[in-house]
Design a protein around this ligand. Structure first.
Ligand code: SAM
Ligand code: SF4
Length: 328
């Protein structure tokens, strides 16, 4: 059956699944330096439980899934989950969002399991700065290897997400954009959002309008279509460029009117909006033996609670769970 929609008649066909709240990095825009509270192993959904939820969701009309986290590649056996999800007939597209550090090791296996494509977070082209932004032991060259292997095995298009921060990496906007000329890079510049428990991101905020101004020396940005995936970015291309440049504007120009997504947190809460605290628990009902019909009813109930829009532009700051819990 197809045709799930929320109370504002937005079609809902996309489920983002966070498979872990853990991460091998501590990006300055996402987490506090000492990390965030973590759920215990038994609080995290098993792959079987995720599969059961995805099957019920697919029967309601979900046909796109994105795996996220935390860092999804640190959860053991992820290709096995991809295989299970890919076996659900109605699911047409399975994508992954990753920091790329472990991607070179898993890209081939993930592709074989049925993963279609990846988005990789890449906030700098400078190895020292990478260490400062991610506060970890990982190396930028691991991410570059991940990008290379992902392209080689056909996890395409590879999209690169850069969270642009004033005084941190905004001086690299031109370098990232210029890369799209000769290489098939699909770079998306993301406006920095406020994050629960991570101090004040506001002083580092740069709007997409300002980013575009900074790119003027490279020439005109021609609007273009996204290729694969119909996410929230607006896409452009520099003259004769092989790749594209996208802008994601959660703060300056929200895209809620087009929102087609639900989120499943690693601990089994169904969340209609990244920035609203409303959640419905699916884990306990599952563990209590809820029927598929019961699960679908809970899913629909959460969809019906999807808010019209978030209030970031009005200064609303999420004060509940960090993005690494919810699957940013
Ligand atoms: N660990 C994976 C990664 O980094 O790609 C997946 C999880 S991460 C929470 C998902 C996305 O959220 C990443 O693209 C990251 O850049 C973005 N993100 C995290 N904190 C953000 C913030 N404060 N503002 C904007 N985007 C943010
Ligand atoms: Fe980890 Fe991704 Fe958050 Fe960075 S953005 S700390 S990689 S979850």
């Amino acid at each position: 059956m197809t045709g799930l929609s929320d109370s504002f008649q937005r079609p809902i066909n996309y489920l983002r699944i966070s498979v872990t709240d853990r991460c091998n990095l501590r990006c300055i825009y996402c987490m506090p330096a000492d990390g965030v509270d973590l759920r215990s192993h038994s609080d995290i959904l098993s792959y079987e439980e995720i599969y059961t939820i995805a099957r019920a969701a697919a029967e309601l009309g979900i046909n796109k899934i994105r795996i996220t986290g935390g860092e999804p590649l640190i959860r053991l056996g992820l290709p096995q989950l991809i295989r299970m999800l890919a076996s659900i007939e109605a699911i047409e597209d399975i994508a992954l969002t990753t920091n790329g550090v472990l991607l070179a090791d898993y890209a081939g296996e993930l592709k074989q399991a049925g993963l279609k494509r990846v988005n990789i977070s890449l906030d700098t082209l400078n190895p020292d700065r990478f260490k400062r932004i991610t506060r970890g032991e990982s190396e930028l060259k691991q991410v570059f290897e991940g990008i290379e292997v992902a392209s080689r095995v056909g996890l395409e298009p590879v999209k690169l997400n850069m969270v642009v921060m004033s005084g941190i990496n905004d001086d690299e906007l031109l370098d990232f954009a210029a890369k799209t000329i000769d290489e098939e890079w699909h770079v998306r510049f993301i406006e920095l959002m406020p994050v629960a428990g991570n101090g004040d991101n506001a002083p580092r905020f740069i709007s997409a309008t300002e980013m575009r101004k900074r790119l003027e020396p490279l020439g005109e940005l021609e609007p273009c279509l996204p290729g694969v995936g119909n996410g929230p970015a607006k896409y452009f291309r520099l003259a004769k460029a092989k790749g594209t440049i996208g802008f994601i504007t959660p703060v300056s120009e929200h895209f809620c009117f087009n929102c087609n997504r639900m989120r499943l947190t690693a601990d089994g809460k169904l969340r209609p909006c990244l920035l609203s605290e409303y959640e419905i628990d699916l884990k306990q009902p599952l563990r209590d033996g809820v029927s598929k019909a019961g699960l679908k009813k809970l899913f629909k109930q959460a969809v019906a609670e999807k808010p019209l829009q978030h209030g970031l532009a009005e200064g609303q700051v999420p004060n509940g769970r960090p993005f690494s819990h919810v699957g940013g």
